[in-house]
Design a protein around this ligand. Sequence first.
Ligand code: PLP
Length: 395
Amino acid sequence: MKIAHRLSQLGMENAFEVLAEVNKLKASGREIISFAIGEPDFDTPDNIKQACMAALSNNSTHYGPSNGILPLREAIAQYIATSRSIPVHANEVVVMPGGKPVIYYTIHALVNPGDEVIYPNPGFPIYESVIRFVGGIPVPASLVEEKNFTFNIHEFKKLITPKTKLIILNSPQNPTGGVLTRENLEAIARLAIEHDLWVLSDEIYSRLIYSGDFLSISSLPGMKERTIILDGFSKTYAMTGWRLGYGVMNESLAEHLTRLETNCESCTNTFIQYAGIEALTGPQDSVERMLAEFRARRDLIVSGLNAITGFSCKVPAGAFYAYPNVTLACQKLGFKSSKELQQYLLYQADVAVLAGTAFGSKTADDPHEYLRFSYATSRENILKGLQQIQQAIER
Ligand code: PLP
């Protein structure tokens, strides 16, 4: 097939591939317990659904502005200003169909071929994929298990060169559940200012944090102007399928991202934006309930994972992922990589997880094997799944 060369640079998100495999197995009658996909298993709160239905009844079914309807941008500006302690104007907000397009458009807007982009490893695979797609050079920065999946700043510094254009951060993180410390963020802010770099701060899990307050790098002195905040509704309000997210950035950059959006989807679905206003300004008790349930599941899964032969798991501080080190289990079973363990567990334990290799290549400074467990599933499933894994490993 004669397709454009650039497509050979575009990666995939392994979670969707495993999901397809799980669905195939389920269709053949197998009962699979899935820890593979990163989405809350809760339903979208009723008040949000009602707001959407009201908007439909009011015929909010037409094209809207490419950067989003003004009342939603105002609600987002207010929310980000309060939660990050920075001044935000509605013109600095660009609404998009999900958080993911913020990654795609920001990288397209900022990165020339040959520019270097530092991004977390392990990390959300879309970063590396889009960096490569535009001809940028991906420069992975290791998140260190012994440091609760934060950066070793001494090593991080060495990654910066005259070609560095952008740093991508994600906290709380996918896939590790780690949260970057204030010290990490302050050191990276100093580097970004010293070397005049942009920072894309992926804060999609900012409301899913189990102790302490969330800190955005944009709140640190001198950082607001050079930071693009990515946030959205998918995880916080269990709205993954609605496709609603946003970027917050300085107004000039916002105009460029808006232009990209005009060229691609014209605008984000209009009636869904009204649901977004309700999500941000309506009652927040569903977020609190979801967080409390995730905390209980986190405690359950971490202690269960640590009881499995050859697994050792740090306590994640945020998001809904656990990221156990499974090097010893791989050795016991004679597997060369976590990918083999992933497949073994799928077919021998009826449990779906994602291999650490789905989140970036292994680096010399961390030769270990990991699996990602999304604990966005019931406590009953967590207990059953862990038991099946233990049995398959002991077999
Ligand atoms: N960023 C990270 C780190 C994610 O894990 C995800 C989704 O899994 C996204 C962005 C994308 O979110 P959305 O579904 O709103 O596009």
